[in-house]
Design a protein around this ligand. Structure first.
Ligand code: DQA
Length: 146
């Protein structure tokens, strides 16, 4: 099974960025964690991070016919991006939404999630572990393309 793991804006600043919310570990630490978890689960992954909405849309479109699942933390675009929602709908690849923090216990504007409208599961507030759970969920519930 091939899974595309997408991270949105400012997640490249992990470690520096609001450590009380996001912790002290860096984006490189997150990538290592995701790679190690994927190896343990026996799934193939590719990691992608961008601060740009259009680049995230392009990457989702390019996943069509190539990936069996998507794990996505759209970061701030979660709360604003109809374009990312539409891209996920267009490719119809099972996608799991992940957030490091519990967006439903934070400011009210973070309680709205556009990708949640199409994602098969949402995982929040579990820090890095959410990415592992998301990959496991996709592996257990969806089969690889024939
Ligand atoms: C986030 C939560 C978003 O509200 C925020 O804009 C982020 C990160 C999270 O992982 O907890 O950048 O997606």
């Amino acid at each position: 099974m091939k899974i595309l793991v997408i991270n949105g804006p400012n997640l490249n600043m992990l470690g520096l960025r609001e450590p009380k919310i996001y912790g002290n570990e860096t984006y490189a630490d997150l990538c290592r964690f995701v790679e190690d978890s994927a190896a343990e689960l026996g799934v193939e992954i590719e990691l992608f991070q961008s601060n740009h909405e259009g680049a995230l849309v392009d990457r989702i479109q390019e996943a069509y016919g190539v990936f069996d699942g998507i794990v996505i933390n759209p970061a701030a675009y979660t709360h604003t991006s109809v374009a990312i929602l539409d891209a996920l709908k267009a490719v119809a690849i099972p996608a799991v939404e992940v957030h490091l923090s519990n967006i439903y216990e934070r400011e009210e504007f973070r309680h709205v999630s556009y990708p949640a409208l199409v994602c098969v599961k949402s995982i929040y507030g579990k820090h890095f572990e959410g990415y592992r759970e998301a990959m496991e969920f996709l592996k257990e519930n969806y089969s690889p393309r024939a």
